[in-house]
Design a protein around this ligand. Structure first.
Ligand SMILES: [Fe+2]
Length: 257
């Protein structure tokens, strides 16, 4: 499997606190079958309290440790980039990293509210030649309230990453239901751990999420979300995206608002 979202680097953001914790998370990921894991520290934490050079050296350190052992796993580097008005300039300056040096970039919308510049900044990033991947839209208020906005983004070539804990209920019944409806509408392309800890609901384990997603979209499509699609992204290859679907009559989550 390929995991595109992980707060696994030590003492950089709200994820792993020490290198011991980082290595423990790495072992959990490797032992459950993750072959490649993208470390995605929060951009602002790196800019304000660390540096790109420092996180690059941490990734080298982890890979050296893995290389000395028998784990068939590699760590690569990206970031979780908060979407704000500065993001295009921060990309230009090399302080907002794409995924493993490809044209794909993990972007996180504000959790609450819906600033009026969202579309403009997203499309500006596309004009810079990058392909945004939206982090956990099922947990973002703007998409919970307006799923059609997410469908519009997907139909304009934007990819989405659902967090493995969402379809199994780790973020509550409402997020679980919204995730199901997004899957029904063909609005989900990638499943990733968004891990913060070695164990518990935010561990690097993806399998439970894959099983829950398989019940909704079938085994093959669920597997693709942790294999072919994230692999293509990390290799900088094109990902074919099917158009969004209209909501089915049973899956209209706006009824809950
Ligand atoms: Fe995250």
């Amino acid at each position: 499997m390929y995991d595109l979202h992980a707060h696994i680097l030590p003492a950089v953001d709200d994820g792993a606190r020490t290198m011991e914790e980082t290595l423990a998370m790495t072992v959990v990921a490797a032992e459950q079958g993750t072959e490649m894991l993208l470390a995605t520290p929060h951009r602002k934490d790196v800019t304000e309290q660390s540096s790109v050079a420092h996180i690059q050296s941490l990734v080298r350190e982890v890979n050296a440790w893995l290389g000395e052992r028998d784990y068939d796993m590699t760590m690569v580097l990206g970031m979780e980039n908060h979407l704000d008005l500065d993001l295009p300039a921060e990309i230009e300056a090399g302080r907002a990293l794409p995924m493993n040096g490809t044209e794909y970039i993990l972007v996180e919308m504000p959790f609450f509210g819906r600033p009026n510049w969202v579309e403009e900044v997203l499309f500006q990033i596309q004009l810079q030649g990058l392909k945004p991947v939206l982090a956990h839209p099922e947990r973002i208020e703007a998409f919970q309230r307006d799923p059609d906005m997410l469908a519009m983004f997907v139909d304009r070539g934007i990819l989405t990453q659902v967090t493995a804990g969402s379809p199994v209920g780790h973020f509550g019944r409402r997020v679980e239901r919204i995730t199901r409806d997004m899957l029904d509408r063909n609005l989900v392309h990638i499943l990733a751990s968004d891990t913060h800890n070695p164990s518990g609901p935010r561990s690097p384990k993806l399998r439970r999420g894959v099983e829950a997603v398989a019940k909704i979209v079938g085994h093959e499509a669920a597997e693709r979300m942790v294999t072919d699609t994230p692999k293509s992204i990390l290799e900088g290859k094109t990902v074919e995206v099917e158009p969004s679907r209209e909501p089915s009559s049973s899956g209209s989550w706006w009824r809950f608002w």
